[in-house]
Write a protein that binds this ligand. Structure first.
Ligand code: PHE
Length: 337
């Protein structure tokens, strides 16, 4: 047995010296569960009982010595590997870095947020309506009976006789008043659809409808509110003017112009020489509309307005063709921050 222990020690040291086997293999072979030392201890029982303790002790000493040597060799190998990696893997600090591309909001989203911000500061809340809408909310309740010529103002996509893609966000006026009652101040941003397609019209575009119904409210309040909107979204010196117009759901109705932000009223290409740009439609909510929503038109009055986000965006940034907003050319879109 003693001879065997000596042999083991020599074999191990030789293997370690010559690097004939990988260190991990050596570890398994000698110190593993079925390794050389376990085997040796199992054979301890073949010795006469009085020799066992002393030999056992010796085996343990040799085992500790060899295991120590192995650990040292493992450490040395780790260090060597690390040094090799460091010397091969050089970092060139003069190389330009890899830039991260940051996205930006779509110009329509930017302008929508600016418009909403202007009105949210005045106590308006956002109200969402469906894009697939009933004829009743889109027209009838808005004082546009079937066969009324005013229906031609919107080239509507019909799904059935009674169901359509909403051609404006005005149905939200009706839904909001019927659901929440009055007084009320709401804004309804969303997609609308019309059978129209050219440089300034798209079959799908975005509107924001505004509605305020209160006991004491007048056309002057509407003008004040729209001035806040115009000076927030365009520049601080922007002026607002009303021109008489017609919508079946408002009386009186107005077309709202803002002073041209490019020439400040002198006349230029953007405002076609007039100094003014038509921006939205508005008016005082028609008595019939209030009645249709269960509101007493002798006790309450309201104003409403509807604006096209594409139109506001095109005017604000001088974009000549609406289709640019929908083509998703990143070179175009990333100009807006
Ligand atoms: N609904 C109208 C349109 O789409 C705009 C509008 C809304 C006009 C509210 C007056 C009041 O053309």
């Amino acid at each position: 047995m003693k001879e065997k222990l000596k042999q083991i020690r020599e074999n191990f040291q030789k293997a370690l010296r010559e690097g004939a086997e990988q260190l991990s293999q050596l570890r398994v072979k000698y110190f593993g569960k079925n390794g050389v030392f376990t085997e040796l201890m199992k054979n301890l029982k073949n010795l006469p009982p009085e020799e066992r303790p002393a030999f056992g002790k010796e085996v343990n000493q040799v085992k500790a010595e060899l295991e120590g040597a192995l650990s040292e060799a493992e450490q040395a190998e780790l260090r060597r590997k690390r040094e090799q990696e460091l010397s091969e893997d050089r970092l060139d600090v003069t190389l330009p870095g890899v830039g991260r591309k940051t996205g930006s909001l779509h110009p329509l989203t930017l302008v929508k947020n600016q418009v909403l911000d202007a009105f949210l500061g005045l106590g308006f809340e956002i109200y969402d309506g469906p894009e697939v809408e009933y004829d009743y909310y889109s027209f009838e309740a808005l004082n546009i009976p079937k066969d009324h010529p005013a229906r031609d103002m919107q080239d509507t996509f019909y799904i059935t006789d009674n169901v359509l893609l909403r051609p404006h966000t005005s149905p939200a006026q009706i839904r909001a008043m019927q659901k929440k009652g009055v007084p009320i101040r709401i804004l309804c941003p969303g997609k609308v659809f019309r059978a129209d397609d050219d440089a300034t019209h798209s079959p799908m575009f975005h509107q924001i409808e505004g509605l305020a119904v209160e006991k004491d409210i007048s056309l002057a309040d509407l003008k004040g509110v729209l001035e806040v909107f115009a000076t927030t979204v365009f520049d601080k010196s922007t002026k607002v003017r009303f021109r008489p117009s017609f919508f079946p759901f408002t009386e009186p109705s107005v077309e709202v112009d803002v002073s041209c932000s490019m020439c400040h009223g002198k006349g230029c290409r953007l405002c076609k020489g007039t100094g003014w740009i038509e921006i939205l439609g508005a008016g005082m909510v028609h008595r019939n509309v209030l009645k249709n929503c269960g509101v007493d038109p002798d006790a309450y009055r309201g104003f409403a307005f509807g604006l096209g986000i594409e139109r506001v965006t095109m005017i604000k940034y001088g974009i000549p063709d609406m289709r640019l907003l929908f083509e998703n050319d990143v070179r175009f879109l990333k100009q807006f921050i």
